[in-house]
Design a protein around this ligand. Structure first.
Ligand code: PLP
Length: 395
C-alpha cells in the first residue's frame, strides 16, 4: 500500500477530498458568456476572507512570489524608497525582489524570532517629513520562523507619523487560517496564494488591492505586462481574463470559499489556534523551544522548533520522511540544521496533528533525542481533550 500520510509542511497543505473533486473537472470555456456568473462571485467572496469591502481582488496564474512582483511593479517606480523589516527567509526574498527591481530598500534588520519592528518603523516614518518612503512592506506570518506580526501596529506607526506611504502585507501563510483585517488595518495590497489556507494546489496568486494602490498604477514607472492590474481588471469586469485562466483552480477556489464559510471564518481561526496550541504544549513537554520569542508572536499556522544543541534538524526531518513517510518543514536560512517546522494549517484536525506529533516523537527517539516518547503527544492530547470537553459543555 502506498503511504498516504498528511503532510506537516507549512504549505502546500493537505487537500480535502471535496477540493480534489472540485478541481477534477473537464475543461470548460473561459470565454463562454456565463463564465462571469462563476468568476465574479468568487472574486466578491474572496474579499470576505481578507476582511475587506473596499478592496479589489486581483488574481494571477502564479505563486505568491508572482503576487509580490505584481504588488510592487503596479504601484512603484525605479528608485522609489520603501521600508521593510528583515526577520526571516520570506521577508528577505521580498526585499531581494524589490532590490532587483531597482527600488531603494531601507531595511530594518530584526532578530529572527521577532516580528515586524513597528516601533522602529514609527521613528523612521516620523523622521521622513519629506515623505520619500512610498511603501512599507511587511510579512504577516514569517513561515521560516513561525512568527506572526502585528500589522495593526504598523498602521498605527504610519498614522502616528501622518505618513502617506502605502502598506503592503504578505499574508501567504496566514490568510484563511488566522484573522486578517484588510480594511481595519488600512492595508493597501495584501498578497496571498492558493496553496495554504485555501487548501488548493499552488498556481493562483491572490491579491486584495485598495483604491489608493489602484490609483498609484497611473504614475508607477516599473514595467509590467503579465502582471498589469489594469489588463486584469478590465478583462475581469466582463468575466474574462487577459490570457488563459487557471480554470480548475477558480472552481477549486469557489469550493474552498464555500468550505470556509460553512465552517465559519471565526471557527476556522479558532481551530487553527487550537491545533497550534496543542503543538506548542507538545514542544514544551519535550523541553524544546520555539523560534518565536514570545507568545504574542506565536503563529497559529506553523511552529519552528529549535532542536537541542548537538543535533541536526535536517537529519530529523530526513529520518521522519525515510522511516515514516511523513514530511515536516526543514529549517530555512539561518535556521538550516538548527530548527524544524511543524505546519499546522489548512485541512487538519486535532487527530491528524496528534499523528504528526507521534511521528516526530518516534523520529526523535530513533535519533536519541533527550525526550520521553509520548510526552508531547500526551500534552497535546490533554489540551485537545479538555478544550473539546469544555466546548461541549458550554454548547
Ligand atoms: N511569503 C510567505 C510568507 C511564504 O510562506 C511563501 C511560501 O512559502 C511565499 C511568500 C512565497 O510564495 P510562493 O512559494 O507561493 O511563491
Amino acid at each position: 500500500m502506498t503511504d498516504q500520510n498528511p503532510v506537516f509542511i507549512p504549505g502546500p497543505t493537505n487537500m480535502p477530498d471535496r477540493l480534489r473533486r472540485a478541481i477534477q473537472i473537464q475543461t470548460r470555456d473561459h470565454r463562454a458568456p456565463d463564465f462571469v456568473d462563476t468568476f465574479a462571485p468568487v472574486l466578491e467572496d474572496t474579499k470576505k476572507v481578507f476582511g475587506s469591502t473596499e478592496g479589489k481582488i486581483i488574481t494571477f496564474p502564479a505563486s505568491g512570489t508572482g503576487g509580490w512582483e505584481a504588488a510592487v511593479t503596479n504601484t512603484l517606480s525605479p528608485g522609489d524608497k520603501i521600508l521593510v523589516g528583515r526577520y526571516g527567509v520570506f521577508s528577505n526574498k521580498w526585499i531581494d525582489l524589490c532590490q532587483r527591481h531597482g527600488l531603494d530598500v531601507q531595511i530594518v534588520e530584526t532578530p529572527w524570532g521577532e516580528g515586524v519592528p513597528a516601533d522602529k518603523f514609527a521613528e523612521i516614518l516620523a523622521a521622513d517629513t519629506a515623505h520619500e518612503i512610498k511603501a512599507v512592506l511587511t510579512t504577516h506570518n514569517e513561515t521560516a520562523t513561525g512568527v506572526r506580526s502585528d500589522i495593526a501596529a504598523v498602521r498605527r506607526a504610519l498614522d502616528g507619523a501622518d505618513h502617506p506611504a502605502m502598506l503592503f502585507v504578505d499574508c501567504v501563510s496566514s490568510l484563511a487560517s488566522m484573522p486578517f483585517e484588510f480594511d481595519a488595518w488600512g492595508v493597501d495590497i495584501a498578497v496571498s496564494g492558493s496553496q495554504k489556507g485555501f487548501m488548493l494546489p499552488t498556481g493562483m496568486a491572490i491579491l486584495c488591492v485598495s483604491p489608493k494602490a489602484l490609483a498609484a498604477i497611473e504614475t508607477a514607472g516599473l514595467s509590467r505586462t503579465f502582471f498589469d492590474f489594469r489588463d486584469m481588471m478590465k478583462a475581469n469586469a466582463t468575466g474574462g481574463f487577459p490570457y488563459t485562466p487557471p480554470l480548475q483552480l477558480i472552481y477549486g477556489l469557489r469550493e474552498s470559499l464555500d468550505m470556509l464559510f460553512e465552517e465559519g471564518l471565526e471557527n476556522v481561526y479558532a481551530r487553527h489556534f487550537r491545533l497550534a496550541e496543542g503543538v506548542r504544549r507538545a514542544v514544551d513537554a519535550w523541553g524544546m523551544k520555539l523560534v518565536a520569542k514570545s507568545p504574542d508572536l506565536y503563529s497559529d499556522t506553523v511552529s519552528a522548533v529549535y532542536v537541542p544543541e548537538g543535533f541536526d534538524s535536517n537529519a530529523l526531518t530526513d529520518h521522519a520522511y525515510r522511516a515514516y513517510k511523513v514530511s515536516f518543514g526543514v529549517g530555512l536560512g539561518q535556521l538550516d540544521g538548527k530548527a524544524f517546522r511543524i505546519g499546522h494549517l489548512g485541512s487538519l484536525t486535532d487527530v491528524m496533528v496528534l499523528s504528526g506529533l507521534a511521528t516526530i516523537e518516534m523520529a526523535m527517539a530513533d535519533l536519541n533525542y533527550p525526550i520521553t516518547l509520548g510526552s508531547g503527544v500526551a500534552a497535546a492530547q490533554e489540551y485537545y481533550r479538555t478544550s473539546r470537553v469544555a466546548a461541549l459543555k458550554s454548547a
